[in-house]
Design a protein around this ligand. Structure first.
Ligand code: F6P
Length: 532
């Protein structure tokens, strides 16, 4: 059944005009409206893609053939859909009402609400005491990217605390940060689901040392752990009442809504964190209830299937036109590429279809002056997600108009392109010679028909940011279901970790191990350049 659906998509993609977008607008004056979808004030415009009614029908049939609805219900019911780790996938329970989601016999959201209550008490006490001005979050991957992205987006000049992010194992990061901090006024969060991640534990030791140097054993009272591993947090010396836990059914890249989000609550305030959860909850309810044809995460996923599998476009750019969302592309890189960068199916067979594309991005307008050249005139189209925010939070309307005009213009330019007649007329009007026109013409053409999606939110609030992030989380779920890959494991990061552990002693004079000749030579040269 799903083979037929894939077959139809392949046939449609082979049609000569399959990637064309402008003819679809020409044929349907209502296209912009008909391919725009909404959920609680968030607007998703898919009209600037080559999705036609026929293609969308075929993609919806594929989703049905893959039993998208059944799989979604299985996730919500706490079934162990993360089969390689034998775990449920219940990040929706982190923002669900008590009683809404179950983990076997347990009320999953109930346990979450106890933790949220403890996080709230802790946050409010820290703010009331006003002893700490700064919070350092030590973590990496999902224990850094999500909360960092959110806190950067929602922090304001009058927010309760300053936040700092220590993720890289590189000691230069801590070296640069420590001079800006007063140990007596700094609260340190060690965020790690496993509490074994090498980079995080290395940084945690550096920072604990710094606290103890300044404050003696009392420094440990300023350590807070966000983890599932109670034994390890106790062994590290974190007081038990400063450990905020979560369950193994929270994947790292889906964990910002859990205790891992404590840095958001501390730096931005508890009401901000609560509204963030409310926004995500609204998107969850939309995803669970909206019909397929109006279901935003599913529709975004289907557009991606069309681009990747139909049109062979293996990368996607994310351009938030909002400086506050500067880390949004980085968060999506982990969310999407760690989830969907898989080459075997759930059953362990070779994937028959293209899976996760390369995701990259930068805030606009900066991106326009770096990689957008390739997107406009490179050989292969790169679909773009534009994220626009209607109302700014500052008093400079002219700069916001300039920002929005640029975001809209980029999407328009990708779509409409620029043909020879237009370029020629412009150069003639500028008084260029015919020879100069002939010389420059090919360089100044834009092919157009380059796809983009525009997400428009009325303002960047905790609620709308929660919606936006959950939209992408559910899109990832849909793609995992359609591509038949486990979107919730990440075995691909293991080999590098193991090899680094083996190489580490060699860098400090340990016996040479067996490596490829290139690695052996590099280790030898490093040891001669930096003998220890
Ligand atoms: O990079 C692999 C990974 O396991 C991510 O999935 C995770 O977010 C990150 O490492 C950090 O893991 P932890 O929270 O256990 O320190």
């Amino acid at each position: 059944m799903s083979q037929d659906a894939w077959g139809l998509i392949a046939t449609l993609a082979r049609a000569p005009e399959a990637a064309a977008i402008r003819p679809l607008f020409a044929a349907d004056p209502r296209r912009a409206e008909r391919f725009t979808f909404r959920a609680d004030g968030l607007r998703l415009d898919l009209s600037k893609t080559s999705l036609s009614d026929e293609v969308l029908d075929a993609l919806l049939a594929l989703a049905a053939a893959r039993d998208l609805g059944g799989r979604r219900a299985a996730m919500a019911s706490g079934a162990h859909i993360n089969s390689t780790e034998d775990r449920a996938v219940l990040h929706m329970a982190l923002r669900g009402a008590p009683g809404r989601y179950r983990d076997g016999a347990e009320d999953a959201s109930g346990a979450v609400h106890d933790t949220l209550a403890a996080m709230r008490r802790f946050t409010e006490r820290v703010h009331a005491e006003a002893r700490f001005t700064d919070v350092v979050n030590i973590g990496i991957g999902g224990s850094d990217l999500g909360p960092q992205m959110v806190a950067r987006a929602l922090h304001r000049h009058d927010s309760p605390m300053r936040a700092h992010w220590l993720s890289n194992a590189d000691g230069h990061a801590w070296e640069a940060m420590r001079h800006t901090l007063d140990p007596a006024r700094t609260l340190v969060l060690v965020a790690s689901k496993t509490f074994t991640t090498a980079e995080t534990m290395s940084n945690a030791h550096l920072v604990r040392h710094w606290l103890r140097d300044a404050l003696g054993e009392a420094g440990d009272r300023q350590l807070v752990a966000l983890s599932t591993n109670e034994k390890a947090t106790a062994a590290f010396g974190v007081p038990a009442d400063q450990v905020f836990g979560f369950k193994d059914w929270v994947g790292g890249r889906f964990s910002l809504w859990s205790a891992v989000g404590l840095s958001v609550a501390l730096s931005c305030g508890w009401p901000v964190f609560e509204q963030l959860l409310a926004g995500a909850r609204a998107m969850d309810e939309h995803f669970l209830a909206a019909p397929d044809r109006e279901n935003l995460p599913l529709l975004m996923a289907l557009a991606e299937v069309w681009h990747v599998d139909g049109l062979g476009l293996r990368s996607r750019a994310v351009l938030p036109y909002d400086e506050r969302l500067s880390r949004f592309p980085a968060h999506l890189q982990q969310l999407e590429m760690e989830s969907l960068g898989k080459r075997v199916t759930v059953e362990g067979l070779p994937a028959e279809h293209g899976t996760g594309p390369v995701v990259f991005g930068e805030p606009g307008t900066n991106a326009q002056h770096s990689f957008m050249q390739l997107l406009h005139q490179g050989t292969t189209p790169v679909p773009v997600d534009f994220v626009l925010v209607a109302r700014p939070d500052h008093g400079f309307p002219d700069s916001h108009r300039l920002l929005l005009a640029n975001g809209l213009a980029q999407a328009e330019a990708l779509l409409r392109g620029r043909d020879a007649a237009e370029v020629r007329a412009e150069m003639q009007a500028a008084g260029k010679s015919e020879a100069a026109i002939e010389h420059l013409l090919p360089h100044r053409l834009f092919p157009g028909d380059r796809p983009s999606t525009t997400i428009l939110i009325p303002e960047l609030s905790p609620f709308t940011l929660g919606q936006l992030v959950a939209l992408y989380e559910h899109k990832v779920f849909c793609l995992g279901a359609i591509w038949d890959v486990n979107a919730f494991d990440q075995w691909g990061v293991e080999l590098g970790k193991q090899l680094a552990t083996a190489i580490l002693p060699e860098l400090s004079g340990g016996a040479a191990q067996e490596h490829d000749p290139s690695t052996t030579a590099l280790i030898a040269e490093l040891r001669s350049l930096w003998p220890q």
